[in-house]
Design a protein around this ligand. Sequence first.
Ligand code: HEC
Ligand code: HEC
Length: 337
Amino acid sequence: MPNRRGFLAAILLSCALGATAVAADDGLEALKAQYKRPMRVPFPEGAPYSPQMATLGKMLFFDPRLSGMQHMSCASCHNPSFGFEVPVPGAIGAANTPLPRKAPTILNAAWLPVLFWDGRAPNLETQAQGPITAAVEMNGKFPEIVGRLKAIPEYKAWFGTLFPGTGVTQDTLLTAIATYERTVVAGWAPFDRWIDGDAAAISPAAQRGFDLFTGKAGCAACHAGWNFTDNQFHDIGIPTKDIGRAAFDPDDPLAKYAFKTPGLRNLTYRAPFGHAGQFADLDAILTFYEGGGIDRPSKSPLISPLSLSRAEHADLIAFLRALTADKTETALPNLPN
Ligand code: HEC
Ligand code: HEC
């Protein structure tokens, strides 16, 4: 040992540094713990998971025979390649005109307590009824659809096995679709590996972006937790004629122009953004937040102009990109005949 005193000093110094590093890390570790992914999908008691039920639901989700003209399926507007959305501001339905609202993703829908931009559906089963019968979406009629599926021997067998004594009905087909949807979970993103302890999983820029997101930029006040939503409704000041949540909650002055906070997983595949797809890309929506939106009585007190340097703007975008999982293949089901 050439220099014993130097060696001891080095040990003492590293202990001292270690101690402060641990103190600083504690805060960060506690914050990171709030973003840890759940290990289980919550299936409701009345609709437990089984691989067979999810498989049937997947077939129905991709089957155009659930629409009036047999030309459009759920996947027409919730396409796996685009993060279970479509890359247009308004999806085009059976009326052949763009819908006024953007199709949101079905990723992680199992965790959403209410569905639709205005939260008008209480669960996935109820939600799925809407697009099937809406004239501007799939324009189907349940008695016709049920009759059509019953006449397909493979479907008849699937339903007969999974719903003994009941078979194909409006309710059973909605149950199956909802069960499939609950299995559509965003894959592990670089961010998740970072949360799990791989310090190099996201870039230093993205780590600074996380600081901004949870700190100065105030984003985490609404985009909270591992799925980046508080599941509440807010008016963030986007110019729009759509009154959003107020249609169902007319007495709450903050419900006007308020929409459900969207989760922020797999954004890279899901542009454009906003309830009517008003923002072409992440740069556009972040620039909107920097401006603070238009002032009106319903605007959330959590939204005000935000002063970011160009470097901070870039860091926040790097962080948002780190929430996207690698693309995985979604195999198309072979539909029954
Ligand atoms: C023509 C396009 C279109 C078709 C077809 C369609 N959707 Fe949608 N979907 C939308 C739009 C647009 C919205 C948002 C409407 C709103 O919030 O008012 C939506 C909302 C949803 C939501 C709510 C997500 C959330 O975050 O609240 C789910 C779940 C969903 N659709 C599932 C389905 C299922 C299941 C089917 C097939 C039975 C289907 N969709 C068919 C366009 C479509
Ligand atoms: C007051 C709550 C609130 C705060 C704070 C907030 N957001 Fe949002 N965010 C929302 C709501 C609500 C929407 C949907 C609004 C709409 O379309 O009308 C949204 C939409 C988005 C979208 C589009 C997602 C999609 O699927 O279309 C992104 C990206 C986003 N916010 C990122 C951020 C970032 C980054 C910050 C911080 C600078 C932030 N948000 C701060 C509530 C909030």
